[in-house]
Ligand binder design. Structure first.
Ligand SMILES: *Cc1c(COP(=O)(O)O)cnc(C)c1O
Length: 385
């Protein structure tokens, strides 16, 4: 990770840097004034309430990270040692680590080209194959990448057919929609991240949401060292220290107020890149599926070397030479040394995207002159416009 804290006078252009609104500091000040400098407090309660209202979920627990939220979510839908969990291969490693924390085995599912997210047909086939073997997975983790929802209806249908809980990793998808609803709210549990580079940030933090009040109550208990209801310290299960600080929840409340503006700004970035680079042969942007709104958390594209005149790495290095941060798309999990040997369904689509894909600077605080600098580097490398 490159440092993301910086001054506005830097001429470096970051991939996605924190962008504070007007209210965050006053909420932090309130936390100091009332001495709620703790992993609980009024900002935590209010942030949970306001976040749930914003995404349309009845219950949520604010946690120290998206990874912690996924760990608790998987445990609470019943994943344990030796179980299989189906998960998108085209994602960030944090979608998969918590499966291993619980001693379970990831089974990787490839993406579809239309949304770059989990292929619903391949998921259904893999569930069927597992059912025939008498070895159904304990959960499916679907990831909504780069600000776009996966095609949830057929994914939910496949999970319901085999009675397998669906866990939604919506860490990158806050602000996106699926048929008018919020991805993350449609499975048994959903998780969000407020890490420094996400669309809104608390510097670090996450949220676990569910329609089940009991599940979220249990998550809060496990996240605070699993204290039983007793005057002394009594424990009957293994807990974690996963609650979000009241100070950071204050930042989250301020950030939530500007979420819509942040989505608009990121979609504007995408619109600029698209209008400037649309005609360039060999460049294709991540498609926006017809079923929803893409938040364009990151603007991502693929580069066909023959048609464009240069490969993805050449473009990335040319941008780096101009002090512009761009990154390859996620390296698929089935190619990661740490998951070598894991069962994988397909993989070719994710491999294709990784070989050609690039994330462009996408922060909601970028100026048009920043975007122009990026476009200029790419434009001068193109064979034909
Ligand atoms: C960022 C991210 C996570 C992890 O969230 P943290 O808050 O950083 O722990 C999980 N999954 C995906 C897809 C992410 O992008």
């Amino acid at each position: 990770m490159s440092p993301i804290g910086h001054h506005a006078t830097d001429n470096r252009i970051y991939l996605s840097s924190p962008h504070m609104g007007e209210l965050e500091q006053s909420y932090i000040h309130e936390a100091f004034e009332s001495n709620w400098i703790a992993p609980l407090g009024p900002h935590v309660d209010a942030f949970e309430r306001e976040f749930c209202e914003a995404v349309g979920s009845p219950h949520g627990a604010a946690l120290s990270s998206g990874t912690a939220a996924l760990h608790l979510g998987l445990r609470l839908v019943g994943v344990g040692p030796g179980d299989d969990v189906l998960v998108s291969t085209f994602t960030f490693a944090a979608s998969v680590y918590p499966i291993r924390y619980l001693g379970a085995n990831p089974v990787f599912i490839d993406s579809e080209r239309a949304s770059w997210n989990m292929d619903p047909e391949l998921l259904a086939e893999t569930l069927e194959a597992h059912a025939r073997r008498g070895r159904l997975p304990k959960a499916v983790v679907v990831v909504h990448l780069y600000g776009q929802s996966a095609d949830l209806d057929p994914i939910i249908e496949a999970c319901e057919r085999y009675n397998v809980p669906l866990v939604e990793d919506a860490a990158e998808a806050l602000g996106a929609t699926y048929k008018g609803r919020t991805p993350g709210t449609l499975g048994q549990v959903g998780i969000f991240s407020f890490n420094g580079n996400k669309i809104i940030t608390t510097s670090g933090g996450g949220m676990l949401i569910s329609r089940s009040a009991a599940l979220i109550e249990h998550a809060r208990k496990l996240a605070t060292q699993a204290r039983d209801d007793a005057p002394h310290y009594e424990h009957s299960e293994i807990g974690y220290n996963y609650r979000l600080s009241n100070v950071l929840a204050g930042i989250g409340r301020g950030q939530l107020r500007v979420l819509d503006e942040r989505v608009d700004a990121r979609r504007r970035n995408f619109g600029f890149y698209q209008s400037e680079l649309e005609g360039v042969s060999g460049i294709e942007f991540m498609p926006e599926a017809a079923y929803g709104r893409h938040s364009r958390w990151l603007t991502t594209l693929t580069i066909e070397p023959e048609a464009f005149g240069a490969g993805r790495e050449e473009v990335r290095l040319a941008l780096a030479a101009e002090n512009i941060e761009a990154r390859p798309l996620w390296k698929p999990m089935h190619l990661q040394p740490v998951f070598a040997g894991a069962e994988t369904a397909g993989g070719g689509v994710a491999e294709h995207l990784f070989a050609r894909g690039l994330c462009l600077p996408s922060g909601s605080n970028l100026r048009e002159s920043d975007l122009e600098r990026v476009v200029k580097v790419i434009g001068t490398m193109a064979r034909s416009v």
